[in-house]
Design a protein around this ligand. Structure first.
Ligand SMILES: [Zn+2]
Length: 227
């Protein structure tokens, strides 16, 4: 499964349109057209939590559906459903859209492997048992500890390193990540927080292993991005 550059190419083609329209409903249409070939439906959602100047992205893959089973949601602050996108804003939005699409495409691929019972697919329906006492914490750990999520989030982390670390090898970051910038690697810090900053927990070990796997895959298709 490798569609990163295709997703990026489609979104790049949409740049001109996205920057010339301000309406959330028009944005929705442009993004849905751009991502149509990947079987994606796009929604708009007003959301008080979102900054007035930003559009946030979330996604979900629905294994019950045969067609159009990836849903992408654009979250706007209800007071700014019309936004003039500047170039840096569109850059951020495009990166988030691309990352989110790739995350959901990975889930789609995992499910097709489980259905076809291939060798690697047998890994993906494993669950993690949390030993915490707080029910909320258990829920969070079991969600993030599921192998499918470790795999897709490891890909998110690989993309964060690719965007933010043009000078450091991702393998160095994977070995020594005690002083890296939290803002640049939100996925990594989210995992670390959920698993109590224990880098040697079985989930963190799998997360690092899977990130290494995705770094290799990305390099195989796109070449090295660091010097
Ligand atoms: Zn996921």
């Amino acid at each position: 499964m490798y569609l990163g550059s295709e997703v990026d190419a489609r979104l790049n083609e949409a740049s001109g349109d996205m920057m010339s329209y301000v309406n959330s409903s028009k944005h929705r249409e442009i993004i849905e057209d751009a991502l149509a070939d990947f079987g994606t439906v796009v929604y708009v959602q007003p959301d008080e939590e979102v900054d007035m100047k930003e559009i946030q992205v979330s996604g979900v893959f629905d294994p019950q559906k045969k067609r159009k089973n990836i849903e992408i949601c654009l979250h706007y602050n209800p007071k700014s459903m019309r936004i003039v996108l500047t170039e840096p804003q569109w850059d951020r939005l495009r990166n988030n859209l691309s990352g989110c699409m790739q995350h959901e495409l990975i889930h789609r691929n995992q499910w097709s492997r489980i259905r076809n019972k291939d060798r690697e697919g047998s890994l993906w329906d494993r669950y993690y048992k949390s030993y915490e006492s707080d029910p909320e914490k258990i829920k969070t750990q079991e969600y993030f500890g599921e192998f499918m999520e470790i795999d897709a989030h490891a890909h998110d982390f690989m993309l964060e390193m690719k965007r933010n670390s043009k000078k450091i090898s991702p393998y160095v970051i994977l070995r020594d990540n005690r002083s890296i910038d939290t803002a640049k690697y939100p996925t990594f810090f989210e995992y670390l927080g959920v698993f109590n900053h224990d880098r040697s927990s079985p989930v963190m070990k799998k997360f690092f292993d899977r990130t290494r796997f995705w770094v290799k895959e990305e390099v195989r298709h796109e070449g090295k991005w660091w010097k």
